[in-house]
Ligand binder design. Sequence first.
Ligand code: PLP
Length: 425
Amino acid sequence: MVHIEQASEPQLREQLADLLDRYDQLAAGKLALDLTRGKPGAAQVALSDALDGILEGDYRAADGTDVRNYGGLDGLAEARILFGNVLGTLPEETLVGGNSSLTLMYQVIDFALTEGLRGPESAWARREPVKFLCPVPGYDRHFSICEYLGIEMLPVRMLETGPDMDQVEGLVAADPAIKGIWCVPRFSNPSGCVYSDNTVERMARLPKLASPEFVVMWDNAYAIHSLYDDAPELASIGKWARQFDTMDGIFQFGSTSKVTFAGAGVAFMGSSERNLSTFKAHLAFQTIGPDKVNQLRHVRFLRDAETLAAHMAKHAAHIRPRFDCVLDILDRELEGTGMASWTQPRGGYFISVDALPGLASEIISLADKIGVKLTPAGATFPYGKDPEDRNIRLSPTFPSLEDLQTSIDAFALCVKIASIRQRLG
Ligand code: PLP
């Protein structure tokens, strides 16, 4: 297909007629395909079925603790070692909690907002407004937390190296109402980008430029989710933070939602010992302790860094063909047409597509009408509003390869129809 800017009007009209024929054929096929959320596929969750029954009646942790009983707000010692390794934090800087890292993130924000990380005077809500930096496109559930808690969101540009740090540093230095920033540093949701070493170093230094209660929310949800051998590594923010003495301003998160069972795994967080001890004082009013039985099951199953890596390679074997499928179709159908650009992540769960400005909602609605559900337009932006209406998040992990192929073919068709219609005016 020729570049949309170079095609003549009659060429475009002819192409559109063909495309609409194919669209009608697909509509008649009554598809029911769903690419909305980044869920692991059924074969992926089955990789961890051995969790069921793995304890075989041995409920004792390494130090003799009976995990069937109450206690241990920090989580099991061996779980803190295993998951501290994932985050790059020491066991004493690691807390292992329940089933969801999103819950831990919500609790940290809620605590900092209403009670204060350094006592009541430091509570963000003492001074209005409270603002947060949101690199865009980003993860919708981060933005929902801010919106729900009345925190004003300021979008920040994402570059190939991560958030635009010149913009970030300029904003935090100028406005003490900015209390934090959301980051998904490795295989970002949705762009798949990995923050560069320089971005990580500058992010670790950021609390020094910002208001004293500023927090970097380092959501490392895809820390170990590489798909290809050349996947870039992520520098350790903890290493830099120790050097800059900013550990108090950094909260790291992760979970096994996309390692074992989504929603029935283990979540963990890392920060300074001081932060963890204040956070635990707050947590103690909400729970007597986490589900240590599940933590022990995870430790017995995932064991050590080597076992974990071998397990993640099995996930990659499932996801890689799906990423290849999406990227191949986008290349074949849209490369050189000037109708869209997209990311080529080396890991994670998403591929991010930018359509021509003003077309994301229309493309998503065209796809919806023929039975292909995509993440709603605007979902990757604060308040659900993409100012240019162009970003679309594709989540290829859950469907079968065959369904995925049909969905992405249909998606590419919708991109072409919307783009040509716009061009024809
Ligand atoms: N963080 C990011 C960036 C995610 O993409 C997701 C799920 O898609 C989560 C957190 C949710 O994690 P959890 O299941 O541990 O709450």
